[in-house]
Design a protein around this ligand. Structure first.
Ligand code: NAD
Length: 318
């Protein structure tokens, strides 16, 4: 379990996502010790050097080095951003199979190290990979978190803030379900301060409408693809989302974040990992919040979970 005096993160996968996370951790002074691990050891070493050279310009006093899996023994958080990219013509399931092999090669030595902290998973498809990490590690599901729809929710709040001309921090709305095509926004639960957004639309004399809201949720769903077309990959946003989750854990914040965690009866779902608002603190997911979704929203959530369940079952893990 986490100790108060040390804040140690081991990062596995020092690619674009992993290093954006590391850079944000350093700039926000979120941990005291950061260990970098990658299949490409030289890359991890180079990244550690580069970050260390920036230490003098940051307010942080972090110990940063390229390490080994045995360094996970006393880590508080192991973040996994390692993965392989989709090959041309490769199916989603084939990619999933290869990423499962990557996770086996990572999680076994982490388990052998005696690691007893929290897993934070970002590798895609993140909901299924978080479930795989949970199965392979045998950890209590409450200590395995996927980044889920945390980034999608941040994108949604940003766009709604623009639309209503309001600070996104005063918008309370979530993207739920799979981090991917079947994700959705339960509009019945979206608020501007404490006022339901649907009521604001009704009272706005057509200035704001549900059609526009649906366009915004489409934009959120397509955002990653748009960024990939423009610059080949997305990484700053997810690195910052991971940093936010890490802060919530180290600060024992009990913050509401839409991470991907195992559902145990919430929304009528059991066993599947999916994005839903969760209370996150020192021990991982303290609780999954059961929002009062409408019947139609519950159906959408169930459809999203069914997609994730199918994907997981096709792997025949256990
Ligand atoms: P990348 O190719 O830049 O980095 C992947 C890294 O993983 C590489 O450094 C590679 O050497 C390492 N790696 C591969 N196999 C390994 C193994 N067996 N052990 C240790 N390290 C290994 O990719 P990226 O752009 O950083 O993306 C990483 C993952 O994050 C992808 O799966 C991507 O889809 C995902 N991602 C998730 C979100 C999200 O919202 N959850 C957003 C963006 C990207």
């Amino acid at each position: 379990m986490l100790t108060n005096d040390s804040r140690k993160v081991v990062l596995v996968g020092t690619g674009m996502v992993g290093m954006s996370y590391a850079y944000a951790l350093l700039n926000q002074n979120v941990c005291d010790e950061l260990v970098l691990i990658d299949l490409d050891k030289q890359r991890a070493e180079g990244e550690a050097m580069d970050l260390n050279h920036g230490l003098a310009f940051s307010g942080a006093n972090m110990k940063i080095y390229a390490g080994e899996y045995k360094d996970c023994a006393d880590a508080d958080i192991v973040a996994i951003c390692a993965g392989v990219a989709q090959k041309p013509g490769e199916s989603r399931l084939e990619l999933l199979g290869r990423n499962t092999a990557v996770f086996r090669s990572i999680i076994e030595p982490i388990g052998e190290s005696g690691f007893n902290g929290i897993f934070l998973i970002a590798t895609n498809p993140v909901d299924v990979m978080a479930r795989i990490a949970c199965t392979l590690s045998g950890f209590n599901p409450r200590r395995v978190l996927g980044t889920g729809t945390a980034l999608d929710t941040a994108r949604l709040r940003y766009l709604l803030g623009e639309y209503f001309g309001v600070d996104p921090r005063n918008i309370h709305a979530y993207v739920m379900g799979e981090h991917g095509d079947s994700e959705f926004v339960p509009w019945s639960q979206a608020m501007l301060a404490t006022k339901p957004i649907l009521t604001i639309c009704e009272e706005s004399d057509h200035r704001f409408c549900l059609g526009d809201l649906e366009k915004i949720s489409e934009e959120v769903r397509g955002a990653a693809q748009k960024i990939i077309e423009a610059k080949r990959a997305t990484y700053y946003g997810i690195g910052m989302a991971m940093t936010r989750i890490t802060r919530a854990v180290f600060g024992d914040e009990s913050s509401v974040l839409t991470v991907s965690s195992m559902l145990r009866g919430e929304y009528g779902q059991t066993g599947v990992f999916a994005g839903a608002p969760c209370i996150v603190g020192r021990n991982g997911v303290q609780r999954v919040l059961s929002l009062s979704l409408t019947d139609e929203e519950l159906k959408r959530f169930a459809r999203s979970c069914a997609t994730l369940q199918e994907c997981y079952e096709e792997l025949h893990l256990s």
